[in-house]
Design a protein around this ligand. Sequence first.
Ligand SMILES: C[S@@+](CC[C@H](N)C(=O)[O-])C[C@H]1O[C@@H](n2cnc3c(N)ncnc32)[C@H](O)[C@@H]1O
Length: 315
Amino acid sequence: MNHVTVMAGEVVEALAPVNGGHYVDATVGGGGHSEAILTACPRARVLAFDRDDEALATAGARLSRFSDRVEFVHASFDRMPEELRARHIESIDGLVADLGISTPQLDQAERGMSFRHAGPIDMRMDRRGDETALELISRLDQDELANVIYEYGEERASRRIARCIKQALERGELRSTVDLRRAVVRAVGPRRVGGLDPATRTFQALRIAVNGELQQLDALLAAAITLVKIDGVIAVISFHSLEDRRVKRALLNRAQWQRLSSKPIVPSDEEKANNPRSRSAKLRIARRIAPEMMFDDDVDISTDSDWPPEPESER
Ligand SMILES: C[S@@+](CC[C@H](N)C(=O)[O-])C[C@H]1O[C@@H](n2cnc3c(N)ncnc32)[C@H](O)[C@@H]1O
């Protein structure tokens, strides 16, 4: 299945691309946000990043008609500053990041991201080298594995789950994503919390750990401060509270950013009905400000309205 782009209209409205402007799409995926920017502005340029070479191939085909204004870069967030430097781009007019995984990544059994398809326990977005989820499970001891499941999946039964996964591994019974799900079910039973599969949080946790997703997001938010020019805009879409909390905190720095919306923007009811994956999406947007300009806003950093956290669900 193709990836359906989330809140494309809202992102373009926030970035308000201008002719001659340089924009970064940090997560080009199927190319939807880049396409929206390039279509909205006939002389805007996009540098489109993804760490997944298959995503770049898909986006490249979709955006071939814009080939004189878009360039694709096979790199993750932490390499963005050096990739821009290598192209002599000192600053950008806007940046969009649509976090997490794409529908093709979730749907392809051989990528091992989903408990719905039998595949290798892989979960890497970038298949050039990182450790697979199975290698991670083998390397960590039981307590370390429990910590990963607790921290990145916010899973209360993390200790029991880690024990059952390690047992399955030792018995040679951990060969596929279906085996991994079975080990989770053995630990917690076939419970469904709010319609979620019992393996949802554990799969999310392992995927976040394998891909270093939170460290990558921190690198992106740090790079954005130096890369986005004064008056440029950042737009970040997140799909679970571990990500959204980080984005929220970064954009609350009033010496660097002026938030363009005090609350996160969420998809319309119509978009949620048409694209169930969009239901958990939150878009946060902010304008880069000059260091001496500080705006007063009604920020309350002590409250986290998104508590208790929701995992990203496989729908
Ligand atoms: C939700 S999809 C983006 C979909 C895209 N906006 C569209 O409309 O088609 C997220 C993409 O970001 C990529 N990605 C996630 N983390 C990344 C990172 N740290 N560096 C580069 N790409 C990343 C994934 O490989 C995936 O293709």
